[in-house]
Ligand binder design. Structure first.
Ligand SMILES: *Cc1c(COP(=O)(O)O)cnc(C)c1O
Length: 370
């Protein structure tokens, strides 16, 4: 079964250049709720647009692509999503420029990553053509929902879950793929205080840390709550084996600046291959910032902080783009980072968002017309 699905994906990929047409049925809402939304005061990921794109995997193939009203879904209580957690997702954004053109940022990378997550969770891969055409059609229909004020965007959530039924612990035989969208204001968290984790882990060797699998995030909530109770905002995840190397910041990749070198951990089984992360590495290198992709030990970070060489730490991910860290706690001691006026974080955030929102040239070909 899995073999056949992979072939289907490869087949679809080969057809990319021919632009295979996906026949998407459109069921519009009767009345749009857009007039009830205050676009000048949007939270992040809390308000949803009128429609979703949906496609179902039944009897070994993807069927019935449709754009329909965003309404509650009915599932049998035995649907395997509820019992065995076959559930994966992606996070991306659409931007609209002054002229009303709509852009996506490296969207096929999100499709590729969704399919990596799918394979690991024994879920069917989705052909890139189906993903991209569903996404583009949905954006065309929801175009008015894409906010234009500085820092805002249409947050896009593609996700897939097991609808197939049965209490037997085995992969489901049916799945649903949905793309939902949420017009969102800037993801503003302020400068966060983080706790370097010494006991819990978000991922392990041979596990699913590299996948955007729902259960990974459920497993983060408890240790994060413990950190919040101690007065921190977020957890810095360390390796599950020794807890001596820092790996991710909450649900973001992590960057550390020691003197003028920017360091980030290499991706692995345990570390998610972030699109923001890899874009930042590229932009930094091209702007003559010294970048090292290597393991970062906790002791190195603590030493650098003590010596005044730890200049910056920040998380990187689609939602916040870059989220600066104000200080960290480790083994009962708090370390503050300096308040710099010229940060790599601010420089890199501007560079990447200018590309995303069509305010600058895109020498990389990352920005795609939706
Ligand atoms: C989604 C995610 C990231 C960031 O990936 P982007 O592609 O940059 O959005 C990093 N770490 C984890 C654990 C994530 O889930």
């Amino acid at each position: 079964m899995q073999k056949k699905q992979t072939n289907l994906c490869t087949f679809a990929k080969n057809l990319d250049s021919i632009q295979m047409a996906v026949d998407i049925k459109i069921q519009p809402v009767e009345t749009s709720k857009i007039s009830s939304v205050d676009f000048s005061n949007l939270p992040f990921g809390q308000v949803f647009s009128d429609h979703i794109f949906q496609c179902d995997y039944i009897n070994g193939s993807w069927q019935n692509p449709v754009i329909k009203p965003n309404e509650p879904i009915q599932l049998n209580p035995a649907a395997k999503i509820f019992h065995y957690g076959q559930s994966i997702f992606e996070g991306m954004k659409a931007y609209k420029d002054d002229k009303g053109s709509v852009f996506l940022f490296r969207p096929t990378d999100n499709c590729g990553r969704l399919n990596k997550s799918a394979s690991r969770l024994m879920m069917p891969e989705i052909p890139e053509e189906l993903f991209m055409q569903g996404l583009k059609k949905l954006l065309e229909i929801e175009s008015d929902w894409i906010p234009t004020t500085e820092g805002s965007s249409l947050y896009i959530r593609p996700f897939m879950f097991a609808t197939g039924e049965g209490f037997h612990a085995s992969p489901a035989d049916a799945y649903t793929f949905i793309i939902a969208t949420a017009p969102s204001g800037a993801y503003f968290s302020g400068k966060v205080k983080v706790l370097i984790e010494e006991k819990y882990a978000r991922a392990a060797n041979g596990g699913v840390g590299f996948a955007k699998a729902g259960g990974n995030y459920a497993a983060q909530f408890y240790p994060t709550q413990l950190a919040i109770e101690k007065g921190y905002n977020q957890v810095i995840w360390t390796d599950d084996n020794t807890h001596q190397f820092i790996e991710e910041a909450g649900a973001m990749n992590i960057f550390v600046r020691i003197k003028d070198t920017l360091i980030t951990s290499p991706t692995s089984d345990r570390i998610l291959d972030g699109i923001t992360r890899k874009s930042i590495i590229q932009i930094a290198k091209d702007n003559n910032i010294d970048v090292e992709v290597r393991k970062i030990s906790v002791s190195e970070v603590v030493e650098a902080a003590k010596e005044g060489n730890l200049k910056e730490m920040f998380g990187a991910g689609t939602a916040a783009v870059i989220s600066p860290i104000a200080g960290f706690g480790y083994q009962g001691t708090d370390y503050d980072l300096p308040e710099l006026s010229d940060t790599f974080a601010a420089f890199l955030k501007k560079k990447i968002t200018d590309i995303q929102t069509n305010k600058s040239e895109d020498p990389y070909g990352w920005r795609i017309h939706a």
